[in-house]
Design a binder for this molecule. Structure first.
Ligand code: MF3
Ligand code: CO
Ligand code: CO
Length: 277
């Protein structure tokens, strides 16, 4: 077993998080590109390992090793008492599933969320993986959730507002009778893991902060087949759907540019969504 080291700072208590939305420069974009590409390459490398029988702890150990080999450290290690290198959320788990001895089985849909810190910059991204043969209903949810992320990102350009991103996501999900989770949001990201603004995934167009070149944040919609309500289990982390309906999530870290946005966490191997979703 690897001996884990704790490096992350509790950014929610850091003085630099003061509600002001930072406008970052070229150096930040270069740093986020490096961290984001390491994050995406870790998710790429996990794909062949996400198979029936593997435990989520084994996957976490791969994330730990690849993060260090890539010159990073996992932001989640030691973050508010969290002791793993990633979050792994299966089926009705909405987010923040803790890697454990639980083995994956055919038919599971699984989100893996990684955040390597490289030279102080946080690359935060997650994807869904399909384990073995997955029923059509679950594959459709995964597909639509990916579409929600990308439709949201398509609204990420100067002059638009955060509500435009939120509305694009909500419209697409609800048109298919899915629901959007309200209890967790995207967030500003950079030298801090969770910075301002809060990036909601449901809302009205033309509302919320205006997007400006230099803003860097995540978009990470969680979409349920049933009701939007979640509860956190006694472990203090694992968030599940209250009605135990299926939940899916994808996350990218992006930066607003003069003409639109740059997606820092795009897959180098083109695996942003599962090939058979
Ligand atoms: N990576 C998650 C996010 O997208 C945060 C995980 S914090 C943890 O913001 F402590 F649960 F790992
Ligand atoms: Co995030
Ligand atoms: Co994340």
């Amino acid at each position: 077993m690897t001996e884990y080291i704790s490096v992350a700072i509790d950014d929610d208590r850091a003085e630099s998080r003061n509600g002001v939305i930072k406008l970052h420069g070229a150096e930040a974009f270069a740093g986020m590109r490096r961290a984001g590409q390491l994050a995406a390459s870790i998710l790429d490398a996990l794909a062949p390992h996400v198979v029936p029988g593997v435990t989520t702890q084994e996957l976490d150990e791969i994330v730990y090793r690849l993060t260090l080999e890539g010159g990073g450290v996992p932001a989640t290690l030691g973050y508010r008492g969290y002791t793993k290198s990633c979050c792994i959320s299966i089926n009705h788990v909405v987010c923040h599933g803790i890697p454990s001895e639980r083995a994956l089985k055919g038919g599971d849909i699984v989100n893996i969320d990684v955040t390597p810190i490289v030279d102080g910059w946080h690359g935060d991204t997650s994807r869904m993986y399909l384990v073995g043969d997955v029923p059509l209903k679950a594959r459709k949810l995964v597909d639509v959730t990916y579409e929600c992320l990308m439709l949201g990102i398509a609204q990420a350009k100067p002059g638009n507002r955060l509500g435009d991103i939120a509305n694009a996501i909500q419209q697409h999900a609800e048109a298919r009778r899915y629901s959007v989770v309200r209890d967790f949001c995207g967030h500003g990201v950079g030298r801090l893991f969770h910075d301002s603004p809060e990036v909601v995934h449901a809302g009205r167009p033309g509302t919320g902060p205006e997007l400006k070149p230099g803003m860097i944040f995540t978009v990470e919609p969680m979409i349920n087949t049933g009701r939007p309500d979640v509860k956190v289990l006694d472990d203090g982390w694992t968030a599940v759907t209250r009605d135990r309906s299926l939940s899916a999530q994808f996350e990218h870290s992006i930066g607003i540019t003069d003409s639109g946005c740059e997606v820092f966490t795009k897959s180098p191997a083109g695996l942003d969504k599962p090939p058979n979703a």
